[in-house]
Ligand binder design. Structure first.
Ligand code: NDP
Length: 405
């Protein structure tokens, strides 16, 4: 077994302000990252910020943080961004090439916080130039795990996990004792529908699905948390990050979201990382790594929490988790197709085109149709990933059209 997460403390502990690029600065992870920068301004310097279409917030952030480069992915928004940044000295740009350019500048630290496979190319660009990449965008690894990790390895990049579960594992994984790792246990809150029967889930609305009990997050990951696909994506992400076998990865539902994940060793010890459910904790861990920095996050009061409870995930009520675990076992093209189909299904659900239970059904049917079309080989390079991703989206979109409510 080998650990994929690279550690290079010497490079990361310099005292000069750390220059930062935030890919997806207008989102939930992006704004939390900038919140931390604002609290310790001498420690960081913002180089580049990117968004998809939220020009107003992007321009405000770029001005407030003295960014040098601001990119909006949607090319139709270029003029709006240029106007909003007039006289600020911040260079404005738009489109996919500009996103890659933001990632390719010389910032020391790149926060990969774009949602979905849309984040793959710019995050890969940052990895390929050997940057320190803090990865929130789990879809990158699910869609292109081997391709992404090869780029990290070849460039000598540093990859730090932002996802609270993976960050927890990173904090308690003894890399020098990797052979003694028995299993990795990812905790799941269970989402807003943890106790719901399927009949109730069938008529669940987007507003109900995004109302996560513990975490405040973007819409896509919130729906993924409601289906438990998020946990499935995280199991695949953990497989790539931590170099363990699929059968060494376990999921346990822990509704309080206090234990963020655990590593069990062959001597019977189980190490866990605990904290309040506030993404600024794992984000700060990556931003300051290998040091630590203060955060204003609510402190954990275990007496107030009083009880930590656990239950096995219900794969019958939450088939998305079953599908993701199966995709990891199948390997090859399966994780890329799973991710693409899920993105289409979630977008259709959020757009009220299909029902909540349709998301997993669309993923399952996409996987089986893709297989019957001979789409099973593991992607060997970025072009393969993009081809498979597109093929999965085409099939899933056809299924959405059939099911449209
Ligand atoms: P949000 O939806 O809140 O933000 C997404 C960001 O990506 C925004 O800046 C958005 O811009 C930008 N974006 C969206 N689509 C595109 C596109 N096609 N091209 C370029 N940029 C785009 O997402 P989150 O912050 O919640 O999540 C980001 C990633 O982090 C996801 O992969 C998620 O799974 C992961 N993650 C999130 C956690 C959380 O607590 N939120 C926890 C752990 C992982 P705009 O605002 O203009 O739309």
């Amino acid at each position: 077994m080998s650990i994929a997460v690279d550690t290079n403390p010497a490079e990361s502990s310099s005292k000069a302000p750390k220059s930062i690029c935030v890919l997806g600065s207008t989102g939930s992870v992006g704004t939390s990252t900038l919140d931390l920068v604002a609290r310790d301004p001498g420690r960081f310097q913002i180089d580049a910020l990117t968004a998809n279409s939220n020009v107003d917030l992007l321009a405000k952030q770029a001005r407030d943080f003295g960014a040098r480069f601001a990119v909006v992915a949607n090319p139709d928004k270029y003029q709006d961004l240029k106007d909003a940044l007039a006289g600020s000295g911040v260079e404005a740009a738009a489109g996919a090439d500009a996103l890659n350019e933001a990632a390719d500048r010389d910032s020391e630290f790149v926060m990969g916080a774009i949602v979905g496979a849309a984040g793959l190319q710019p995050t890969l660009t940052a990895a390929k130039r050997g940057a320190c990449v803090a990865l929130a965008n789990k879809e990158c690894l699910v869609s292109a795990g081997t391709v992404f990790l090869e780029a990290v390895k070849n460039a000598g990049a540093t990859l730090l996990p932002v996802d609270s579960e993976h960050n927890a594992i990173f904090q308690v994984l003894e890399t020098e004792n990797h052979e003694a790792v028995e299993k990795i246990i990812l905790t799941a809150s269970g989402g807003p529908f943890r106790t719901w029967q399927k009949s109730r889930m069938e008529v669940a609305t987007p507003a109900q699905a995004v109302a996560h009990p513990n975490w405040s997050m973007g819409a896509k990951i919130s729906v993924d948390s409601a289906t438990l696909m998020n946990k499935g994506l995280e199991v695949i992400e953990a497989y790539y990050l931590f170099g363990v076998e699929p059968n060494q990865l376990e999921v346990i539902v822990h509704p309080q979201s206090v234990i963020h994940s655990m590593v069990a060793y062959t001597d019977g010890s189980v190490l866990a990382q605990l904290g309040s459910p506030d993404m600024r904790i794992p984000i700060a861990h990556t931003m300051a790594w290998p040091e630590r920095m203060a955060t204003p996050s609510p402190r954990l009061d275990l007496a107030e929490v009083a009880q930590l409870t656990f239950e096995a995930p219900d794969l019958e009520r939450f088939p998305a988790l079953r599908l993701a675990l199966a995709a990891l076992q199948t390997g090859g093209a399966a994780p890329t197709l799973l991710n693409a189909a899920n993105e289409v299904g979630v977008a259709a659900f959020l757009g009220e085109e299909v029902g909540f239970l349709d998301i997993a059904a669309i993923v399952e049917e996409t996987m089986s149709r893709a297989l019957s079309q001979g789409l099973d080989a593991a992607p060997a390079n970025l072009e393969d990933v993009l081809m498979l991703d597109q093929a999965g989206r085409v099939i899933a979109s056809e299924l959405v059209a059939i099911r449209r409510t």
